[in-house]
Design a protein around this ligand. Structure first.
Ligand SMILES: NC(=O)c1ccc[n+]([C@@H]2O[C@H](COP(=O)([O-])OP(=O)(O)OC[C@H]3O[C@@H](n4cnc5c(N)ncnc54)[C@H](OP(=O)(O)O)[C@@H]3O)[C@@H](O)[C@H]2O)c1
Length: 284
């Protein structure tokens, strides 16, 4: 069996893709800038070694912004013998590009470019297009806010059906290892559209800690991120997706987890209980 190349292998989704493929006994080459097999979008000398004896690629374009068109990499991959590409995309990073008119625009464009590179590659492709990850609450800035007991929310009553990264990974692994997923676009969400305030309440319930949500305006949100050490550009980039939530564009459910895996997606409460047990949200 040839290797399956997993890009962004240390990321919120990639690490679960790697774990599941290894459970299945599939040979995996797990790469990122910090992995033993190093891959860096900004360093072309790392591309060919990553692709050696690989026939299937999990494509994560995080890191291409301002660096390269991912189509250059997929063309090299196909010349090297790759026959299947499964691309991680995102709701709002797709063809409609509704995040493009926010400060998140360059990242949305990069992800749309990744979708296009997979579709135009000439080999089997699958697009995995999740909405907002539940795991957002495990990394900064939301992780620090949860630990501090006060989570700033600039979205009013806007809702999002958070999807669990383990479900995203399950869809990706199905597409990487099974037939029948070729030329499919899997739109993924969790089973329940909820406000950020409801999500924070679930985390409070699961951890048994008092965690408040603090409604703020968009400019106050950006300022709070700057106060936490972000530069203005990064703070505005972080706030970009919230602008669309604020406009009520993100609350719809999608059936991709069921279509790809045959089972329903996990609820946010399940995610919160599981994650509370790891201690990641404990006080400093
Ligand atoms: N977060 C959300 O709610 C959400 C929702 C929908 C879609 N998405 C999409 O999900 C993707 C991110 O997913 P994720 O779970 O992998 O994110 P992540 O947890 O932020 O991980 C990013 C991965 O990319 C690697 N990386 C960063 N810069 C790199 C570079 N220059 N070259 C090679 N690898 C690099 C990182 O590892 P190293 O630092 O070791 O290189 C890491 O493994 C984005 O495309 C985003 O559009 C996210």
């Amino acid at each position: 069996m040839n290797n399956i190349l997993v890009m962004g292998a240390t990321g919120k989704v990639g690490r679960h893709v790697v774990a599941r493929l290894r459970e299945l006994g599939r040979p995996v080459r797990a790469v990122s800038r910090s992995s033993p097999a190093r891959f860096d979008w900004a360093d072309r000398s790392t591309w060919q070694p990553a692709l050696a004896e690989v026939d299937t690629v999990y494509l994560n374009v995080w890191g291409v912004v301002g660096v390269v068109d991912p189509a250059e990499f997929t063309a090299l991959a196909v010349r090297s013998g790759v026959r299947r590409i499964v691309a991680l995309s995102g709701r709002g990073d797709d063809g409609e590009n509704y995040l493009l008119d926010t400060p998140y625009g360059p990242w949305a464009q990069a992800v749309a470019d990744g979708e296009r590179a997979a579709r135009d590659s000439g080999v089997e492709w699958t697009i995995v297009r999740p909405c907002w990850f539940a795991q957002t609450f495990e990394e900064d800035p939301k992780l620090s806010e949860v630990r501090d007991g006060e989570v700033a929310i600039p979205v009013g009553e806007g809702t999002v059906p958070f999807v669990d990264a383990t479900d995203i990974a399950a869809v990706a692994v199905a597409a990487l290892t099974e037939d029948g997923h070729q030329h499919q676009v899997y739109e993924l969400s969790g089973p329940r559209a909820m406000t950020f305030a409801e999500a924070v309440a679930e985390i409070a319930r699961a951890t048994g800690r008092e965690i408040k949500h603090l409604p703020v305006g968009m400019s106050e949100y950006v300022q709070r991120l700057i106060d936490r050490g972000y530069d203005r550009d990064s703070a505005e980039m972080q706030a970009g997706p919230f602008q669309w939530l604020h406009r009520g564009k993100t609350g719809f459910l999608s059936d991709g987890v069921l279509r790809a895996t045959g089972r329903e997606p996990r609820d946010f409460a399940d995610y919160a209980q599981r994650t509370a047990a790891t201690g990641v949200w404990s006080a400093w």
